[in-house]
Design a protein around this ligand. Structure first.
Ligand SMILES: NC(=O)c1ccc[n+]([C@@H]2O[C@H](COP(=O)([O-])OP(=O)(O)OC[C@H]3O[C@@H](n4cnc5c(N)ncnc54)[C@H](O)[C@@H]3O)[C@@H](O)[C@H]2O)c1
Length: 313
């Protein structure tokens, strides 16, 4: 076997990011097994590669099934997780169950099968309201209020990192953690900032032109197109360093009201923004420092205007 070609297991592989990573892995000649229960993922997202991959329909909390899926695997990309802000508030116990049991099954399964290469998905949510913007990987991680269910998501990711680093030191040769920052693109599902806003704008008309948003519109994010995200991720496979954490995003910080303005220009609609309170625990400003991933050669290519155009509003 060519030593550069590997057998990857991708958990959460029928999801938004996972399906795109799998496409890239296949293009590079790797073999791919997807492990997903399609809770939010969907086989339609991988319709074009379905025949080229092995699909295991399983719950990441099912230890036996996770262990048996790791036979003959050389490297694991662990993405399976409960996403979508509404679930953080309504199903925090499920978010944590999938986060913690999923993680321990993957770590123990890799150790049992002597798999030495593991990529763990974390999130920008580990910073919550960051103390510096752009935010570097080494600033403090926070759970500001243990009683706010929102932090089930970020809390699960902090535990993922803590266990990943400490198990990684002892049992792995290459354990890499990455923190995606607001990834967007086709087939991302509706529970993200960009599709939510686009769908609301689509429904507006001349007479019904009021767009209710969360917050004042002065909140910021930095968005990265999925194609750029996958380029960055490929660099982690080629050059990412053991026990390192990488932000993946862009440093183009934009106010939500400016984002809306890009969308309305494309759609040609005139709208009126109605402000509302930001949900408790929601982040006001978010923008990663991407110096570290840039040092591996990362250059984002798709600016936001172009990326939104590509979504075919
Ligand atoms: N999209 C982003 O902007 C973003 C930002 C920060 C972090 N992340 C992280 O990146 C990873 C991928 O995110 P995504 O945007 O593709 O989300 P997604 O919801 O599209 O993908 C997650 C996948 O996990 C699967 N899953 C959920 N529960 C499962 C279970 N019990 N067993 C097996 N599979 C299960 C879902 O079916 C889904 O296919 C996640 O870990 C997420 O937390 C994403």
């Amino acid at each position: 076997m060519n030593t550069n070609k590997k057998n990857f297991l991708v958990t959460g592989g029928t999801g938004f990011i996972g399906s795109n990573i799998c496409r890239m892995l296949l293009k590079r000649g790797h073999k791919v097994t997807i492990f997903d229960n399609n809770y939010r993922g969907n086989l339609n997202k991988i319709y074009d590669i379905k025949k080229k991959i092995t699909f295991i329909n399983g719950d990441i909390r099912d230890r036996k099934k996770v262990f048996s899926s790791l036979k003959k695997i050389n490297a694991v990309i662990h993405l399976a997780y409960i996403n979508g802000t509404k679930y953080f508030y309504t199903k925090p116990d499920l978010v944590l169950d999938v986060a913690i049991k999923g993680l321990t099954n993957i770590l123990d399964g890799c150790i049992d099968h002597k798999i030495k290469e593991l990529y763990l998905a974390s999130s920008s949510e580990v910073y919550q309201e960051p103390s510096e913007i752009p935010t570097t990987e080494n600033i403090e991680l926070k759970i500001p209020d243990i009683f706010n269910p929102r932090y089930s998501y970020g809390g699960g990711k902090i535990i993922t990192e803590l266990m990943g680093i400490n198990y990684g030191r002892k049992f792995f040769k290459k354990l890499v953690i990455f923190r995606p920052h607001n990834v967007y693109g086709p087939n991302m599902g509706n529970e993200h900032v960009i599709p939510e806003l686009l769908n609301k704008i689509k429904k507006l008309s001349k007479r019904k032109n009021k767009l209710k948003i969360q917050g004042t519109g002065n909140e910021t994010r930095a968005f990265i197109h999925i194609n750029d995200f996958v380029d960055a991720f490929e660099l982690l496979i080629k050059k990412g360093k053991h026990l390192n954490i990488y932000n993946i995003g862009t440093n183009f910080e934009i106010k939500i009201k400016e984002l809306i303005s890009i969308m309305t220009k494309i759609s040609g609609k005139k709208i009126k923004i109605i402000k509302s309170n930001i949900r408790k625990g929601g982040t006001k400003r978010r923008c990663p420092d991407i110096t570290k991933i840039k040092k591996l050669g990362f250059k984002p290519k798709i600016n936001l205007q172009k990326g939104i155009n590509l979504l075919k509003v």
